[in-house]
Each structure stands twice: as structure tokens, then as C-alpha cells.
Write a protein that binds this ligand. Structure first.
Ligand code: HEC
Length: 205
């Protein structure tokens, strides 16, 4: 046992003599047996790094980034429901603007018109070339009088034969689409009195 301790001490001395102590300085390249954890190819936060153009390892958020949790908050704009109840919102939770309507038109034509048709009457291309015969007519009185939140729910969750469009249509865009659907509905329900005077004659023809 004594010889073992002496031998072991000698081995340790030799190893330390050749390899040096951890953290010691040397001009020669250090011997690293298992070095994979010592130097990791990662960016450490808050230190300069010339990999990225502005030499910062911590990059600012890209414009338009929102915290993940915001989309899951229990607020009307996310759920389409009056907080604390299961009742649907009657009208849009976002301001009705020209941009919203334009965005809604574009999104409707991309995501909804293949089935519901460009006019929302349920005569999209899918009805003509496939057996999808029961696409809802968005001009039905039932849908005209439906709360906006319920249409939001249909886009988000789907309804009967219609699948969910949550993956394709962002939340803000769903409200934009609803604004546009309302405009489409109004286009069929408006009376002559609501048309500007100078355009009435053309409509009467
Ligand atoms: C793949 C075809 C398809 C697409 C795309 C589609 N729908 Fe539908 N939608 C349907 C069908 C089919 C129904 C009828 C569902 C039923 O009652 O069985 C329907 C029903 C509806 C209804 C009535 C729901 C109810 O309560 O009866 C609304 C509102 C609606 N869609 C809105 C939209 C909007 C807005 C979009 C675009 C984001 C859209 N749909 C995209 C096929 C589609």
C-alpha cells in the first residue's frame, strides 16, 4: 500500500509536470483530453462577437416581434368572446379602418374565396370542381346577423365541414376578414337611399 501511494504521487507529479494545472498559463498549446465543454461554439450574451454585422452577440428583436404569451391572453381580440362569459363579441374588437378592410379583402380572396367565392355566396371554385356542395353562403340571414365573434370562432376552430383556418390566418387578419365579409354582406343589403346621389342613376339601369 505504501508503494502504491508513493507510485500514485509520482504519477500525479508527472502528469501535473507535463500537463500543468487547470487554469495555468503556458506558451505551448495546452493538452486537453476532454475539451468539448470548455470551449463551446455558442454566442455568450452581452459580449462582443464579430459573427454578426453589428458585433453584438445579443441581437435586438426583429421589428414586429411580440411576446409569445400575448397571443394566448384571455382577451376579446384573441378569443372573440366577452371576457368572463362564453358569449360572442357582437362587433370587432379592433378599429374599423380602410387598411383593415383592404387587408381583409386580400386575405379573404386568398383563404376563403376558393370555397365561399369572391362574393361570399358559397360558389367558389371548390364547389364547381369537387363535391363540396354545402359551402355556406355568407349572405344568409343567419350569418348576416351572426355576432362577429362567432365568425371569428368559425375561422379559428372551424365549423362542421369547414376546417380551422387558425394556422393560415393570423389573429389580426381574422378580424380583417370579418370586416370584409361585413362589407360584402352590406353590398347586397344596402338600399338605393344609401348610395350617393350621383351614382344612383347608374344603378337603376
Ligand atoms: C375548404 C373550403 C372552405 C374554406 C377555404 C373556407 N370555408 Fe367557410 N365554410 C365551408 C363549408 C363547407 C361551410 C359549411 C359548414 C357546415 O355547416 O357544414 C363553411 C361555413 C362557414 C361559415 C358559417 C358557419 C356557421 O356558423 O354555419 C362562415 C361564417 C365561414 N365559413 C367563413 C369562412 C371564412 C371567413 C373563411 C376564410 C378564412 C372560410 N370560411 C374558408 C368551407 C370553407
Amino acid at each position: 500500500m505504501r508503494y502504491f501511494i508513493i507510485g500514485f504521487a509520482l504519477v500525479v507529479l508527472c502528469v501535473v509536470g507535463v500537463a500543468g494545472l487547470r487554469g495555468g498559463f503556458t506558451r505551448r498549446p495546452p493538452i486537453e483530453l476532454f475539451n468539448d465543454m470548455v470551449r463551446q461554439p455558442k454566442l455568450r450574451p452581452q459580449v462582443p462577437n464579430n459573427f454578426l454585422p453589428d458585433n453584438r452577440s445579443s441581437q435586438p428583436h426583429p421589428p414586429g416581434t411580440i411576446a409569445r404569451g400575448v397571443r394566448y391572453q384571455d382577451i376579446p381580440a384573441n378569443t372573440g368572446r366577452i371576457p368572463g362569459t362564453t358569449n360572442f363579441l357582437v362587433s370587432l374588437p379592433v378599429p374599423f379602418t380602410h387598411q383593415l378592410l383592404a387587408r381583409g379583402q386580400e386575405r379573404f380572396q386568398i383563404n376563403c374565396s376558393p370555397c365561399h367565392g369572391a362574393q361570399g355566396d358559397g360558389n367558389g371554385i371548390a364547389k364547381r370542381i369537387s363535391a363540396m356542395a354545402v359551402v355556406a353562403n355568407l349572405h344568409d340571414k343567419r350569418i348576416v346577423t351572426m355576432p362577429d365573434g362567432e365568425i371569428f370562432n368559425t375561422i379559428s376552430q372551424g365549423k362542421n365541414l369547414m376546417g380551422s383556418y387558425a394556422a393560415q390566418v393570423a389573429i389580426d387578419d381574422r378580424w380583417a376578414i370579418i370586416a370584409y365579409v361585413r362589407a360584402l354582406q352590406l353590398s347586397r343589403l344596402a338600399t338605393l337611399d344609401e348610395v350617393p346621389q350621383e351614382m344612383r342613376a347608374a344603378l337603376k339601369k
